[in-house]
Design a protein around this ligand. Structure first.
Ligand code: SF4
Length: 915
């Protein structure tokens, strides 16, 4: 009778015969297994070894030379690409047009290097492209051999292995699963191999979808564990684990099934990996804030002082540091030192340290600069232990490059980029995985033999294992080559090996995965080995588990019901009560009742030095009318979302630019005590051009200088168009208030009304003309007049009717300003909005006919309302002011009717809850 798989291996160990497994995972499994079963108290490690270890120990390789390893190949390829950039010799593998930007090709060429020699012998008649690729392979082969000879190295895959086998007593387990087995097959063909029970696959279960498959898996594991099966007797192999890992982690947490993922993750997919990559991005981006954020706001990095990092980002955003073109953004030199006192020193240190790291000329230099930076800026003992291990592994990789440089006496072009590409290539798995049911990626667990082995997600694509013979050939080239270019298809070998890798092996897949429909595995379909799997039960396990551990948490009021509350239920109840009660303060739906709180909020809206006199501007009024709750967040609470994005086309900053332009212009006119004279329009245009060209006119903000340069021409066209409108609107006027604040205490409201006027000019008859510039949208006529151009008799209407009439007016800035100015005994004869977008004017009302020429008349739109209607609008605005002040004093900030366009949605979330 044939011995079982397990027995063959254990007998070999007892007979001191070394057993060779395709992976270290399988070898390690059997070392534990050999000690766990029988009477063995220990086994020699070299009796259960991996294929890689077997190659190192069983072959008499060139002891006089050093074998090339991945680092050496990477160093050679980095130099090859640099040489090719200087004087291109590769034509097809790296297109000549990309020769000087080809570092991205490095990792794939390094991987293909061992197969280059075989490629030189390929027939080239199939296609011109193939002939070109083979010519490139010959050139690489020649240069690689020269490099190896020069530095006393050899390429292990190029050796004839048969004569080099030292001999020994070995038993091979699935050796055909290793990628380089064909290179060694002649030498080991005579060695015995473990016998597996036939070449039949078991039945694979088909699930409706991936969720059902995962639930079914977890349910089965949970039952096994409940039955007393130790977790380490169960193994899960997930075909394409990367695709399923996050969902499996989540589902296992919900089901309380202890899974232990033994999958290595790329070194660059970690907090330290991201830190190192962000350094390169920061320098490439000229120290732009967007690239700085991933570096300094990475909370997983134990910065010595994290607070200064936040200060630095805020300073960069405020100064609009979008990044320099060929060097660090010079705007960093203009950051506001008073507001961000620690930022200048921090950015100088970063510029110096990180530029030095990224531009290091040798790996040794890079090492010392990086270590210096890590010691200065980072608390090296503060890493999470997992991240600490990755930092060490990453630095180990850098050390290996530096040693290779030193040993070979060569330098690597751009060692920082080479190091990053090595980090991208390397996967790291913690040495000590947490206990639990091991979860492995497909291929690594072939040859283990737990009591229960579940192979899930085993759909057709995920079970396909193809090893390309010539990795640099595309599908078209392989087709042209025919059988000589075909991949090694190990799909069936792996499936059969897995069928033997466990006392009980269970394959399953789902018809619909998380990424879409899956094809059934072809190997199983061919043998009619697909069965519908039963649907997973409705998780009685989870509830039972909760019940068995439960402690009495609350008495039940329901007759006959359990007197205990399951932990799951207790969590639900506490979440429920936290959500719906007891009700706390909800200013969105109820007025605030606490007098002290009301007074504190009023104090925050009061004029300076006075805790009770409200200070109200036109924008406060509009904000309160849009939604009192958003006003509460914005004004008294000062709550807002932190916006760390840089807008190089900031409407606010560009608007400020226009404001400054006109402010300077009219202030000069004011200082000259001159009146606006349309006959001097050419001189005015020239004067505006001069002001626009002065750097001082440009606000310090997010908009870079070159954007101002780009908009300067358009700005001057708009400015000239508005000057021509002024010729019709304010001919003979003297500038009065220019960009200035005015305020007036209002007795009836007990409020200080304040406003900042863009510009008022005094006409020869003594009345004022008010102009407000708008960078964005000019309010529509109906939003200002409520749809009525002439009076509708509002004074006689009932309070309810007045409320309705006021609701139709959403823009109250001009009536607010007119009221404010006229309460000081002045008279506003006309009010305009000027559009900074298109150089047009909207007369809100005007008592005098303007004298616009034909070309200017087209830029002045129709008058919105009569002065008489404006009087009514002012009455409605007064109503709104009274209502606002009264609500604030009674703590009523309940939210408005509509949330359209509200920028507090992310904080308030009302819309989301309601919907
Ligand atoms: S989302 Fe709606 S309720 Fe909330 S603050 Fe904005 S407008 Fe008011």
């Amino acid at each position: 009778m044939r011995k079982s798989f397990t027995q063959q291996i254990l007998d070999a160990v007892d007979a001191r015969r070394a057993v060779v497994f395709p992976s270290e995972v399988a070898a390690a499994f059997w070392r534990r297994e050999a000690v766990r079963t029988g009477t063995r108290r220990a086994v020699r490690e070299d009796l259960l070894l991996s294929w890689d270890r077997f190659k190192e120990t069983a072959f008499d390789l060139r002891t006089d030379l050093l074998p090339a390893n991945q680092t050496i190949r990477a160093v050679f390829v980095a130099r090859l690409i640099a040489e090719n950039a200087r004087s291109p010799f590769l034509r097809w593998l790296i297109p000549e047009a990309f020769a000087d930007r080809a570092t991205g090709f490095g990792p794939s060429i390094a991987r293909a290097l061992p197969s280059v020699r075989a490629a030189t012998a390929l027939p080239v008649s199939a296609s011109a492209r193939l002939a070109g690729l083979v010519a490139d392979a010959r050139e690489i082969d020649r240069r690689y051999q020269g490099f190896l000879d020069q530095h006393g190295l050899y390429e292990p895959r190029w050796l004839a292995t048969a004569p080099a086998y030292r001999g020994g007593d070995h038993l091979l387990v699935f050796p055909e699963l290793t990628e380089d087995f064909p290179d060694f097959e002649p030498a080991v063909a005579h060695l015995p191999r473990v016998a597996v029970p036939g070449d039949r696959l078991p039945v694979a279960g088909r699930h409706r979808d991936a969720r059902a498959e995962v639930d079914s898996l977890l349910d089965r594991i949970a039952r096994l564990l409940d039955d007393g099966v130790p977790a380490d007797r169960v193994v899960v192999t997930v075909c394409d684990l990367d695709a399923l890992r996050r969902r499996l982690v989540h589902a296992a947490e919900l089901a309380a099934v202890p899974l232990s993922f033994r999958q290595g993750l790329p070194l660059d997919d970690s907090a330290p990996g991201r830190l190192f990559a962000a350094m390169g991005d920061l320098v490439a981006d000229g120290f732009g804030v967007e690239s700085l954020k991933p570096l300094v706001l990475n909370r997983a990095v134990p910065w010595t002082d994290y607070t200064v990092n936040g200060e630095l980002v805020l300073a960069g955003v405020a100064a609009g540091c979008i990044g320099g073109r060929s060097r660090p953004d010079p705007r960093w030199r203009a950051i506001d030192e008073k507001r961000y006192p620690r930022a200048p020193a921090m950015i100088r240190a970063l510029e110096s340290d990180i530029t030095a790291i990224v531009s290091a000329k040798t790996a040794a230099d890079l090492r010392s600069r990086l270590n210096g930076f890590l010691s200065r800026a980072i608390d090296r003992d503060g890493w999470h232990p997992d991240d600490q291990a990755i930092v060490e592994r990453s630095l180990e990789e850098l050390r290996s490059i530096a040693e290779t440089e030193s040993r070979l006496g060569v330098t690597v072009p751009d060692p920082f980029q080479l190091w990053l590409s090595r980090l991208r290539e390397q996967r790291y798995a913690p040495r000590r995985a947490p206990s639990g049911v091991a979860v492995l990626d497909y291929r690594v667990g072939a040859g283990v033999c737990p009591d229960y082995h579940f192979a899930i997600n085993a759909h057709h694509a995920a079970m396909s294992v193809r090893i390309p013979r010539f990795p640099f050939l595309g599908d078209v080239d392989r087709d042209a080559l025919g059988p000589a270019g075909e991949d090694r298809d190990l799909s069936r070998d792996f499936a059969l090996a897995y069928a033997a890798s466990g006392a009980s092996v269970c394959f399953s897949f789902s018809s619909v995965g998380h990424d879409g429909p899956n094809l059934p595995p072809g190997l199983f379909v061919a043998d009619r080995l697909i069965d519908d799997a039963p649907a997973p039960p409705r998780s009685p396990y989870r509830i039972e588990e909760g019940r068995s551990d439960s402690t009495p948490a609350a008495d039940s009021d329901v007759a006959g019901a359990s007197t205990t509350v399951l932990p799951l239920q207790a969590d639900g109840v506490s979440a429920y009560t936290a959500t719906i009660g007891p009700p706390g303060l909800n200013a969105m739906t109820d007025p605030i009742g606490d007098e002290a709180l009301i007074a504190a909020l009023v104090a925050r809206q009061a004029d300076s030095g006075d805790a009770i006199t409200l200070r109200v501007s036109a924008s406060d009024l509009e904000s309160f009318r849009a939604c009192p709750f958003s006003y509460l967040l914005q004004r008294p609470l000062g709550v807002g979302e932190l916006d760390l994005t840089i807008d190089p086309d900031s409407a606010r900053d560009i608007g400020t630019y226009y404001h400054r332009l006109f402010e300077r212009f009219f202030k000069e006119l004011h200082d000259e005590r001159a009146r606006f004279d349309p006959s001097r329009i050419d001189e005015y245009v020239e004067r505006l051009g001069r002001i626009a060209a002065e750097p001082a006119t440009r606000p310090v903000g997010m908009v870079p200088g070159f954007v101002y340069d780009a908009i300067a021409r358009r700005a001057s066209l708009v400015a000239v168009a508005l000057l021509r409108i002024d010729s019709a609107v304010i001919a003979g006027h003297a500038p009065e208030y220019v960009e200035s604040w005015r305020s007036r205490y209002d007795d009836s409201l007990n409020a200080q009304l304040v406003g900042r006027f863009d510009r008022t000019t005094r006409s020869p008859d003594g009345s004022l003309t008010l102009v407000d510039y708008k960078k964005r949208t000019v309010p529509t006529g109906s939003s200002q007049s409520g749809g009525a151009k002439e009076p509708v008799g509002i004074v006689d209407r009932s309070p309810a009717e007045r409320i309705d009439a006021a609701a139709a007016i959403t823009s109250m800035q001009i009536p607010f300003y007119v009221r404010l100015i006229e309460s000081n005994g002045e008279h506003v004869g006309a009010a305009y909005y000027y559009s900074l977008e298109d150089g047009s004017a909207l007369p809100v009302y005007t008592e005098a006919a303007s004298e616009a020429g034909d070309d200017t008349a087209a830029s002045i739109r129709g008058v919105v309302m009569s002065r008489e209607r404006m009087e009514e609008v002012i009455v409605l605005m007064n109503d709104a002011l009274e209502q606002m002040v009264s609500r604030i004093r009674s703590g009523d900030y309940r939210c408005g009717q509509t949330c359209d366009g509200c920028r507090y949605r992310a904080i308030c979330r009302t819309g989301f809850v309601v919907q």
